[in-house]
Design a protein around this ligand. Structure first.
Ligand code: HEM
Length: 360
């Protein structure tokens, strides 16, 4: 399943992470002429500006007769994001009321790493030829499953990449979510549970994943996604802030809206994340340096209170590593997408200074 960036931008999401970016491979052995030939043989679709906020942000029925659940067909893909999977199942992209600037920030930071800047297409799952011919390595254009940006360790219902499958629903992890909801939420998932479960997930990965890493930008995603189920998966007519676990399973595992599902009333982003961070005031980004239980602080990573360090490092390190020396339309496409990313960053309230890795 794939869709254009413009369509994705109608939705929304959170922030993302790092992991193992391939090392720069000196234009992957291609000469400058060969490299330009690859890029110029691919259809150029200039990235259109992202859409603005939804005109109607009220609660309304989104599991309607016009958008029934459609089971997976051969060749369809799903990935690590329960919301995008669900929307794909209903062939229906705009309905969860994610706040516009946050949506744009998530989409462009994800797209710049996992999407094809020339064709303007991105897979919500694994790598696919449906996104068109790839730009030269070290760019990967490998979809949201890629363990390098948004996707990362300590997911609530997906295993860490080290254990083999980082994107499929994992019943063991979901049962931990159930256990914590019973212990701290009287059987429902709420902000208190979100904080306790996030703390557990981090401690658990430190103990069991020898390659555990939680640094920017994944750091931001991990803490943000903890509150997303509360903000988006509770029916808009219910203001209790308590997510029923059958409803949670409907999104996380079955990739479908519950019957009669109404979206929330009014747009929102990562409201409630403070509950999660407040439980771990001394937590610092880092990784297991020498196998399990060897967690060390990574001082080069942005912390959760340094959104501009996150922005600058993401552009100057992560994107520059993937696209060390782009030319022609590839360079143009990257510059346009980086501009949209910066505008979203500013619109989100972070007054960062813009950086231009490929010139103005
Ligand atoms: C209203 C919109 C959205 C909601 C409610 C939502 C919700 C979530 C949740 C709850 C998770 C965590 C899954 C888990 O830990 O088991 C997640 C993961 C993810 N989402 Fe979304 N999402 C939304 C939009 C997006 C968008 C627009 C993108 C990118 C274009 C995206 C990309 C991802 C990725 C890459 C992950 C994997 C992160 C990880 O490793 O856990 N999501 N999403």
């Amino acid at each position: 399943m794939f869709a254009s960036l413009a369509v994705y931008a109608l939705l929304a999401l959170k922030i993302c992470a790092v992991g193992a970016f391939p090392a720069y491979e000196s234009l992957a052995g291609l000469s400058r002429e060969e490299l330009d030939a690859v890029v110029s043989s691919t259809k150029w679709v200039p990235p259109p500006p992202p859409p603005g906020p939804l005109t109607d942000q009220s609660s309304k029925l989104v599991h309607d007769a016009a958008h029934p659940y459609q089971p997976l067909q051969p060749g369809d893909q799903r990935g690590p994001c329960p919301a995008l999977n669900t929307l794909a199942s209903h062939g229906y992209l705009p309905p969860l009321n994610l706040e516009n600037s946050f949506a744009r920030f998530l989409v462009y930071s994800t797209f710049l790493v996992n999407g094809n800047p020339i064709t303007n297409l991105m897979s919500i799952g694994d790598k696919t030829s449906l996104t068109g011919q790839d730009p030269p390595r070290p760019a990967t254009v490998a979809g949201l499953d890629t363990h390098n940006n948004c996707e990362g360790d300590t997911s609530m219902t997906r295993a860490d990449a080290y254990f083999g499958d980082n994107h499929s629903f994992n019943e063991t992890r979901f049962q931990n979510m159930v256990k914590f909801s019973k212990k701290y939420g009287a059987g429902k998932y709420n902000y208190t549970v979100a904080a306790q479960y996030r703390k557990f997930l981090i401690e658990d990965s430190i103990k069991h994943n020898p390659q555990f890493s939680l640094v920017s930008p994944r750091l931001f995603t991990a803490f943000g996604e903890s509150v997303f189920p509360i903000n988006f998966f509770i029916d808009g007519r219910d203001t209790s802030g308590q997510l029923d676990l059958d409803v949670a399973r409907s999104f996380f595992q079955n990739m479908t809206f519950p019957p009669d599902f109404h979206r929330r009333n009014g747009s929102i982003s990562n409201f409630g994340q403070d509950y999660v961070t407040d439980l771990m005031p001394n937590f610092k980004p880092g990784y297991n340096a020498h196998g399990v239980n060897s967690y060390v602080h990574d001082p080069t990573s942005a912390t959760l209170t340094q959104p501009c360090v996150r922005y600058v490092n993401f552009v100057n390190r992560n994107i520059k590593q993937l696209y060390p020396n782009p030319t022609g339309i590839l360079k143009e496409a990257l510059k346009i997408n980086l501009q949209y990313l910066y505008e979203a960053t500013v619109a989100s309230g972070d007054g960062c200074t813009q950086v231009f890795p490929y010139g103005r």
